[in-house]
Design a protein around this ligand. Structure first.
Ligand code: GDP
Ligand code: IMO
Ligand code: MG
Length: 447
């Protein structure tokens, strides 16, 4: 296998950063293909913790190519800040490649994000405030400014002038009092270009060359399936496709060249921002789990809402992305809970359903149906070590039961479990990467 996509199967923050870093050891390149600096991927290496928003997590390992694909929207100020910060911490960023087709987040996008949230008073999404929705809207409306537009001052000026003219009218209609200073934006973005220029290229070509050499490539998803613009809890979603199909579109990789998909699932569920959440816990339990799991947003610092693992949600992801296997994170945190639940199905207006409904009004009426499990308590490093060498045979009975239930309902294996932020707290139960191109198992999903 030469390529593997790592995707979030819930509402984001599943631990994608941790797994991408873990798997990147054996990769040549790591590619971000959607989202922007709304993402917050945390990687712990020894005593050091890195919080990445735009840079692919592979940047932290020496000698890797780290690609920001065309499907990503780039806030150049944030990106430069991230590069400078990593350089100060001794990380070599020379492997970074930024797509010349990626769209730019402009100052008016972040301003509009805030204004639109205010207008939605009472029904606000709880966005990260990074201008994500307005920037992707401009891309689709063909009003966007792309990285390649910065190459030529005259081209950039023309596109900026037009966009600013349009935005001024929108600002007036929205009652936004802040001034849009075209000249200042022009100067600022021209100076960003000088810093980013060495990294900018046609990343489609870079990827093509890597594939031709059979180099191993990881695709790093941001957010999660339930935040997908088409398949998530619309409108309480982000503004990009987060599922596997976009790993192709967002990077210029032919779909058939994405060999395997790994779904990352937290052993429980969290969500940041507004929107329905069927397995959400009552406040007291949620706060206690959030504290135990350090569930505070990497990007916004907000406390994440907490609930039980929801297999209707994860199977929605498995189906949409063709996920081959699951990596379960935060097993150490869930082990601190006495009696553990998994949601197997919903009751909707008295009927059992196992498919995630399109309508959020219907979802609000869904009641989770749970199975219960014994806790496995604290897992020592020596048990993790045994799991690493002996695989499933060393799993405590309670964990075997928990994982067995998940595998039975999803019809795919749990290939890895994680008991902490650190690399050495990860046990691979199956070899998923690198692997030759034979099928791991035929899906036997009961759903
Ligand atoms: P991402 O957005 O999917 O990359 O996830 P985040 O980095 O936003 O949030 C996941 C958080 O959980 C980070 O702080 C990780 O360091 C941490 N984490 C990942 N796996 C584990 C685990 O197995 N146990 C614990 N305790 N923390 C973990
Ligand atoms: P990672 O990659 C969790 C959520 C926001 C909000 C909604 C829309 O770290 O998993 P946006 O700013 O994208 O317009 O906000 O999506 N959201 C995330 N939640 N993890 C993320 O990224 C998220 N990125 C966006 O909280 O509810
Ligand atoms: Mg995150």
């Amino acid at each position: 296998m030469v390529t593997l996509a790592v995707l979030g199967t819930q509402w984001g923050d599943e631990g994608k950063g941790k797994f991408v870093d873990f798997l990147a050891e054996k990769a040549k390149a790591v590619v971000r293909f959607q989202g922007g600096d709304n993402a917050g991927h945390t990687v712990k290496i020894g005593a050091d913790e890195f919080k990445l928003h735009l840079l692919p997590s592979g940047i932290l390992r020496k000698g890797k190519t780290a690609i920001i694909g065309n499907g990503v929207i780039v806030n150049p100020e944030v990106l430069i800040g991230e590069i400078d910060n990593l350089k100060k911490r001794g990380i070599d960023c020379s492997g970074l490649r930024i797509s010349d087709r990626a769209h730019l987040i402009m100052p008016y996008h972040t301003m509009l994000d805030g204004a639109e949230e205010q207008l939605k008073a009472g029904k606000h999404i709880g966005t990260t405030g990074r201008g994500i929705g307005p920037c992707y809207s401009d891309k689709i409306s063909r009003l966007g400014i792309r990285v390649c537009d910065l190459m030529d001052g005259a081209v950039f000026r023309e596109k900026l002038s037009f966009a600013v003219m349009v935005k001024k009218r929108i600002f007036a209609a929205y009652g936004i009092e802040e001034e849009l200073d075209e000249e200042r934006i022009f100067e600022e973005y021209s100076s960003y270009w000088k810093k980013l220029k060495p990294y900018v290229c046609d990343t489609v070509e870079v990827l093509e060359r890597l594939r031709a050499r059979k180099s191993r490539i990881l695709f790093e998803g941001a957010q999660g399936t339930l935040l997908d613009i088409d398949y998530g809890t619309y409108p309480f979603v982000t503004s990009s496709n987060t599922i596997a199909g976009n790993a192709a579109t967002g990077s210029g990789t032919p779909p058939g060249d994405i060999d395997r998909i790994l779904g990352i699932a937290k052993a429980y569920t969290t969500r940041v921002g507004s929107g329905p959440f069927p397995t959400e816990m009552p406040e007291r339990e949620a706060v206690s789990l959030a504290k135990a799991g350090g569930e505070f947003g990497t990007t916004t610092g907000r406390m994440r809402r907490c609930g039980w693992l929801d297999l209707v949600v994860v199977s929605h992801s498995v189906r949409l992305s063709g996920i081959d296997s699951i990596a379960l994170t935060k097993m150490d945190v869930l082990g601190q809970v006495n009696r553990i639940k998994i949601c197997d199905s919903y009751k909707l207006d008295g009927k059992k359903i196992v498919h995630f409904p399109a309508s959020i009004e219907a979802l609000e009426r869904c009641r989770p149906v749970y199975s219960e499990f014994e806790s496995w308590g604290e897992i020592s490093q020596s048990t993790i070590r045994k799991m690493k060498s002996n695989g499933r045979r060393s799993l405590p009975a309670e964990i075997r039961e928990y994982i067995g239930h998940i595998e039975k309902l999803l019809g795919i294996p749990v290939s890895a479990i994680s008991f902490g932020k650190e690399r050495d707290k990860t046990a691979m139960l199956r070899k998923i990467w690198p692997l030759s191109l034979i099928h791991i198992s035929e899906p036997t999903r009961p759903y």
